[in-house]
Design a protein. Sequence first.
Length: 155
Amino acid sequence: MAYAIKVNGVERIADVDGDIPLLWVLRDVFGLTGTKFGCGAALCGACTVHQDGQPIRSCVTPVESVGTTSITTIEAIGETPAGAKIQKAWLGLEVPQCGYCQSGQIMSAAALIAENPKPTDADIDDAMSGNICRCGTYGRIRAAIKEAAGAVKGG
């Protein structure tokens, strides 16, 4: 069946089965490979995208459930105010080590800053708890979120 999906502001058509995860439509049908496959069970956060501004795990989201909502991927998050702040802080603080999880980390952090411009440590812990970084760059991730939020001087 053909599904019309608004991705990064552009309506695209995917002729796929409805139970195909959104992740595979983004990567294999639309060629948007910034969103990563991690665990396939919504446990690691590598596949995080935004659906109407809210972070979701695209590896367990059937394409048929997207409907008329708007999907934003890592390829376009820098066009949002929160995403631009997060990306600037991420680069400035050299957050990534291997980088594999970073698109999901950035998507979760951008959603947090968009909803809560001045997050506490507890807010950051809560928002980022579903994102795993095997390299352990959690300290730099937290620092970048605080910088993007203006909680650290020089941000």
